[in-house]
Design a protein around this ligand. Structure first.
Ligand code: NAG
Ligand code: NAG
Ligand code: NAG
Ligand code: NAG
Ligand code: NAG
Ligand code: NAG
Ligand code: NAG
Ligand code: NAG
Ligand code: NAG
Ligand code: NAG
Ligand code: CU
Length: 584
């Protein structure tokens, strides 16, 4: 009930307010919490408390978060789903747009939010959000598309008992060649296993479902009630009545729920974890979560379960955005095929086009801003940052091909994209069974790609900046399933000046802020993170028709084996960051 009070807002109270500066002062601190009632653990909270406060503002407000890092390790905050027009340095991912904030140091995030809908804020540093540093962000529209009586922020999250760094070390490990992910110990709706909702008869509720999971995907439903979908990832859509919805990690869905007129029966809300991805399902893991929806707290009379769990037929592709945007032909096509495999240093990694992402020595945005015309050359960003240069205002199509036997949720920073196509198997340009959505396609910022299928998405390169594109299963981001879009670098250089505070942040973290991926100038990339490639021994080469690529990669791979033997640059970088943190 604690949360009910904190997160239930009477709709319409915001009205046509003047654009405001909404300021939060956040000390990032350790505290303890036991939200699943199974285990009290150290968590990363805000101002000594967990969960961190829900952040709220109106469209066109300026959001200011003064972060003071009181941890003994680094941190950084990403506000998920924000366009950050002309403030790309405020985006938050470490190694992409900024250096991590060192212990004992401050950084202020400040940006205008000319969007509305349901978002969230989370740490973008090495799995830290799974230690608790994650919270909803609600941006109220000045003119909401739908009317409702109450606005309820409704996070769903999985929960681990071990610290993320411990889990990452177990996951990215030679003793885990199949890449089995750490399985959460539990999960819950709202902010603890005991949270509930109470409906007032006849009222209409907007539930802002926000999946803040690191790994688990959920199916959500309420016995006896329809869900009217009205928003996905900040995009208002035409009302669509469904029985259940699913949300992958990082997705948001707003539903309107009309309360019954009678109070004689209570109901259960269901959030069932998708267990397909779990290599093992621990016996004591409760995968089907329930929480009561009360009409009458004194009654023990509950309606029978109608839960269909993974049998849900929810589909986000046919949803119709309220603001119409037809699909336009693409100018630039990017093929990203992904899978997981053991690499030259013995560790199973995720990768696009057979190359795992490795964080550069200098944040990619700093490279763009300091390397003059070299910013137009993908090489300057490093051999394993998967840099893709986009021209200003071109229409970009990404063909995302999933060779893996699990579903993966992909998130593009700085944009929403159109969901224009999908199909089974591998896309080769001549598939006859592509299902196209070209007339006002659904738009969102995080898309699930089911096992062994492809999806085709498009966006306009109208937001100059550096935007990471990655799997939002936190384990897979850490293992390398990411690419970097370098959008209109020439325009970025004209428009953007890095605030001094970001240079100070690099200095405080004892890291460079000027140079290429190796921290040098121009195309001298010696020392840039490199050398983690696929092993081609006839068993692991899964890519089709890539023989030439195989041979080149094999040569590189052998060189890498010699050069790196059992060393993993990503682990090494983490060790360095860790020891720096320890010294400070
Ligand atoms: C949930 O409620 C039970 C029963 O009142 C209580 O024992 C338990 O500590 C609570 N758990 C949490 C996480 O609040
Ligand atoms: C929000 O700001 C944008 C850009 O300044 C402006 O075009 C728009 O009219 C504003 N919206 C409202 C509702 O004031
Ligand atoms: C961080 O900000 C807090 C609050 O404004 C201030 O007390 C503290 O001195 C600052 N720390 C640093 C390292 O600047
Ligand atoms: C609000 O939006 C509705 C439809 O979306 C429109 O009819 C109405 O004029 C808008 N009101 C204002 C004040 O902009
Ligand atoms: C949240 O996302 C994860 C990962 O995609 C998924 O396994 C889980 O079922 C989702 N949760 C909900 C409530 O949709
Ligand atoms: C509740 O009663 C009103 C007024 O009689 C009616 O219009 C509405 O459909 C009823 N709602 C439900 C969920 O039965
Ligand atoms: C979860 O619920 C679904 C749907 O009712 C059911 O098919 C599944 O067996 C349940 N899983 C467990 C582990 O109880
Ligand atoms: C970058 O290229 C432009 C256009 O070719 C040229 O005008 C400019 O002088 C170059 N700048 C640098 C720093 O080389
Ligand atoms: C992407 O893949 C398709 C189908 O295999 C191919 O036709 C196209 O040329 C590729 N595009 C690029 C830019 O490589
Ligand atoms: C901000 O960027 C988004 C994403 O590309 C774009 O849709 C929007 O038009 C941009 N807004 C402005 C004011 O440039
Ligand atoms: Cu993934």
């Amino acid at each position: 009930m604690r949360l009910f009070a904190a997160c239930l807002f009477v709709a319409g109270s915001t009205g046509l307010a003047q654009a405001a500066r909404v300021v939060y002062d956040w000390d990032i601190t350790y505290t303890t919490a036991n939200p699943d009632g199974l285990f009290e653990r150290q968590v990363v909270g805000v101002n000594g408390k967990w969960p961190p406060p829900v952040v709220e503002c109106n469209e066109n407000d300026t959001l200011v978060i003064n972060v003071n890092n009181k941890l003994d390790t680094m941190t950084a905050l990403h506000t998920h789903g924000m366009f950050q027009n002309n403030t790309g340095y405020m985006d938050g991912p470490v190694g992409v747009t900024q250096c991590p904030i060192a212990p004992g140091h401050n950084l202020t995030y400040e940006f205008v939010i000319a969007q509305h809908g349901s978002y969230w804020i989370h740490s973008h540093f090495m799995g830290q959000y799974m230690d608790g540093l994650r919270t909803p962000l609600v941006v109220h529209a000045l003119n909401e598309s739908y009317k409702y009586d109450y606005d309820v922020t409704f996070p769903l999250q999985d929960w681990y008992h071990a610290q993320s760094t411990t889990n990452i070390d177990l996951f990215l490990n030679e003793n885990n060649p199949t890449g089995a992910e750490p399985v959460p110990e539990s999960g819950f709706m709202l902010n603890s296993v005991n949270d509930t909702l109470t409906f007032i008869p006849g009222k209409t509720y907007r539930l802002r479902l926000i999946n803040m999971s690191g790994f688990s995907m959920f199916y959500f439903s309420i016995d006896g009630h329809d869900l009217d979908v009205i928003e996905i990832d900040g995009i208002d859509v035409q009302r669509k009545t469904v029985k259940s919805v699913y949300l992958t990690a990082a997705q948001r869905v707003s539903v309107l729920v009309t309360a019954k007129n009678t109070t004689d029966v209570n109901y259960y809300m269901h959030a069932d974890m998708n267990v397909d991805m779990f290599d093992i399902i621990p016996e004591d893991l409760l995968v089907n979560l329930t929480a009561p929806l009360y009409y009458n707290k004194d009654s023990t009379n509950f309606a029978a379960s109608e839960d269909v769990g993974m049998g849900s037929d929810f589909d986000d592709f046919p949803l119709v955005p309220v603001v119409v945007e037809k699909a336009a032909p693409f100018d630039h096509q990017v093929n990203l095929t992904f899978n997981f495999d053991v690499t030259t240093n013995g560790i199973n990694r995720g990768m696009f086009n057979e190359v795992p992402y490795l964080s550069p020595k200098i944040p990619t945005l700093n490279t763009l801003l300091t390397q003059g015309n070299y910013s137009l050359e993908p090489e300057v960003y490093g051999p394993q940052t998967q840099a893709i240069i986009l021209k200003h205002l071109e229409m970009v199509e990404i063909v995302l091909i999933n060779l893996d036997a699990g579903a993966h949720p992909f998130h593009l920073h700085g944009h929403v994209f159109q969901l224009v196509g999908r199909g089974p198997g591998v896309y080769d340009g001549s598939n006859s069974d592509v299902e196209w959505f070209l007339d006002n396609p659904s738009r969102r910022d995080t898309i699930q790609v089911p096992a062994e299928t492809y999806v085709i998405i498009r966006f306009r390169a109208d937001n100059p900046g550096v935007w990471i594109f990655h799997c939002h299963i936190e384990w897979h981001l850490e293992s390398g399933l990411a690419a970097t879009f370098i959008e209109a670098p020439d325009v970025v250089q004209q428009r953007m000046t890095l605030p001094d505070s970001f240079i100070e942040t690099c200095k405080a973290a004892d890291m460079g802020y000027d140079g290429n991926a190796a921290g040098k100038q121009g195309l001298d990339l010696e020392g840039a993170p490199n050398g983690v490639y696929l092993l081609y021994d006839g068993f692991t080469a899964r890519g089709k028709g890539a023989m030439a690529g195989c041979i080149i990669a094999a040569l590189l791979g052998m060189a890498a084996i010699i050069a790196y033997s059992r060393m993993d640059p990503l682990k090494e970088a983490r060790a360095i960051a860790g020891s720096k943190a320890a010294k400070l």
